[in-house]
Structure formats: structure tokens, C-alpha cells
Design a protein. Sequence first.
Length: 226
Amino acid sequence: MTGAVMPGEALALIGPNGSGKTTLLRGILSLITVSEGNLKLLGSDDLKTARQLIGYVPQLADIDPTFPVTVRTVVEMGIYNQLRWWQSARTKRQKVMEALERVGMADRAGLRFGTLSGGQQQRVLLARATVGNPHILLLDEPFNGLDQPNRQALLEAIENLKAAGVAIIVSTHDMDLAHAVCEKVLLVAGEQIAFGPRDKTLTEPNLRKAFGGLPDQGANLIAKSE
């Protein structure tokens, strides 16, 4: 795979199930070894050091909602290793509340995480991923099953992060999302099918090659662009 994402850009990572999307994210996070090629983050191939500047929002299916923690505690986990001994608990609380405010969840800071809806939990996980001011943000299927209010809140948060200069990579099946907030698309199906500007990548030939046919969303997007 070949491509680059610049500060303030969002890349949609699109492909069928089992196409390698999550594997690519895990490689960026240094959770698996990159066996071939070169992967550079922030201009460096020292991925473990660069990992400290990456925020990550996993799939909700990877989260145990019964774990007895508050919303505030979940977000605190995002800065646990960043605070220095001279920084006060008040500083930590302020950072946490600012992150929750950015996703519209500050009024739920004291609630149990497991009592929230799936969409609200996703917004809290985004606050956790961004509380440390990452340079790169990875999101793995963040819009699965979300209702419209939570979907809109996440879209607005992504736009605000882009405006702040964060580079964003979103693994998704949602091509409407790609069309809404992503400037670039990496289309994969076990290998790279296409990479580049959204409208030049999500073409009928490329989608048919990746999916073995034309997905409904893909057909709708092509119809809109014609």
C-alpha cells in the first residue's frame, strides 16, 4: 500500500470485511510487526515513539460496557502516561472536562460508562483518544449503529479536529461518511485497489474490483456525482 495523509486531512479506509483495514490500523499502532515496506509517522520510522502521538478509537465491540468505571475515568485513561509529577489533579480534571465538552458529553462525566447508549459511548471514546492532543487519530468503524444525533456529533468533532491540524484515518463501510468528511480514500481488498482524492477513488470500476460488485452506497454516490 502506498499513500500519505497530511495534517488536517481525513482518509477513509474502505473495503469489504477481511480486506485488511483493521490490520493496517494495528500496524500503525505498532501492535503488529510491519513485515514489508516502510511506514513513517510524523516523518519518522520509529513507530513506538510516534505511537505516543496517536489517538485511537476502537470498535465498540472491543469494549466491555460492564466494566465499572465512570465516563470521567474512561477519558482519564487517555492521559495517564502523559501527566508529569508536577502537574496537579486539577490540571487533569480540566483536560478531561475540555475533551468531554468537545464531544458534548461533559454533563455525563459522573455517569457509569456502561449506562450510556452506544453512540454516547463512542463519543466518550473519542474524548479519551483526543484528550492528549494527538497529531494522528485512528477510528475503527466509529459510525456502526449510531443514531443521527450521535452520528452528527461525531462528524462535527472530526471536522473540528481536522481544523486543528489533526491527521485522521477512519476505517469504515460507510461511504456517505467518506463523502462527508474525508478528502482522501484508500480502497483495499487484501491489497491496495486505489488511493487518492475521494471522487477519483470511489469510481465504479474501483468499487467493483474491491467488492466484487457495486455496493448500494457506492451506486448512490456515483449517481450524486454525475
